[in-house]
Design a protein around this ligand. Structure first.
Ligand code: G1P
Length: 296
């Protein structure tokens, strides 16, 4: 049984890198093959034992609310049409009544601010934060790996992976004090450092397990990198009181918040699908060889 029962999903972003696709559709609803991005994070959360879900949203995100609710008319039509696969696909995304809550972030003041808004719902419990843009393909879900490590070590924990030196400016970076196996204990963290000044190349990926003490740090936070309230800064501010670890998770992370990362994820996930993989591999090989597409 997991000791972490609640997860916060910051989903208030504008999705500017995907405009115009995201003008009226939240970026979390963009499909990775045939499932919206948000479902991958929700599945990972459920596998880790999460039972309560908090979405921090902004205006124009009603598609997200509707996606996890009932759709009686659609369900009735699929059932009467004998479309059992399609019915199973939509039932999979249903959550028990009361499991999902929404908090509105009225002004985009940063990830730290968004997480801070979940305080009243989370209360005095350890909790997870999941950024659905980061899709992680792993044999055992990344959050589950973290929950298991957190049960032993406690404190604040982030998913971590090595990135190229030049890329550190796009991430929260760990100042590593010591490493044992997959776990790196951090003295602190710094958000989007200059590569020349970065304390390491170990980057935060969008999964966090946090102690509730983070809310006090967030309440006192001042704007950091990009003029935003940064979650990284709040974890760093707590590092003297609370142990901070990065878990080098097993699995592959795709940055689905960027068009190239999203494309790569689409191809990688499709190649693994029994119903799509071999046809796609053949088509890709033909295209890369410059051959015209074979007639269907
Ligand atoms: C956010 C966090 C950053 C983290 C990254 C992972 O940045 O602020 O610390 O490394 O997610 O995806 P963003 O990508 O929102 O700029």
């Amino acid at each position: 049984m997991s000791h972490v029962k609640i997860a916060v999903f910051p989903v208030a972003g504008l999705g500017t890198r995907f405009l115009p696709a995201t003008k009226s559709v939240p970026k979390e609803m963009l499909p990775l093959i045939d499932r919206p991005l948000i479902e991958y994070a929700m599945d990972e959360a459920r596998e880790a034992g999460i039972e309560e879900f908090v979405f921090v949203t902004s205006g124009g995100k009603s598609a997200l609310e509707n996606h996890f609710g009932a759709a009686p008319e659609l369900e009735r039509r699929l059932r009467s049409g004998g479309k059992t696969d399609a019915l199973a696909a939509i039932e999979r995304s249903r959550l028990p009544e009361g499991a999902l809550s929404f908090v509105r972030q009225e002004v985009p003041r940063g990830l730290g601010h968004a997480v801070g808004l979940a305080r009243r719902l989370v209360g005095n419990r350890p909790f997870a934060v999941m950024l659905p843009d980061d899709v992680i393909d792993a044999p055992r879900g990344c959050l589950r790996q973290m929950v298991e490590a957190h049960a032993v070590h406690g404190g604040h924990m982030v998913a971590a992976m090595e990135v190229p030196q030049e890329a550190v400016r796009a991430y929260g970076i760990l100042d590593v004090a010591e490493e044992t196996a997959r776990l790196a204990r951090a003295r602190g963290l710094v958000e989007k450092p200059d590569p020349a000044l970065a304390p390491s190349r170990l980057a935060v990926v969008g999964r966090y397990l946090l102690e509730p003490s983070i809310f006090d740090r967030l309440a006192n936070a001042v704007p950091g990198a990009g003029g935003e309230i940064q979650l990284t800064d709040a974890i760093n501010a707590d590092a003297r009181r609370v142990p901070v670890h990065g878990l080098r998770f097993e699995g592959e992370r795709f940055d689905c918040g960027s068009v190239p990362g999203y494309l790569e994820a689409t191809v990688a996930f499709a190649l693994k699908r029994a119903d799509l993989g071999s046809d796609l591999a053949r088509t890709l090989r033909q295209r890369l060889a410059g051959a015209p597409r074979a007639a269907a």
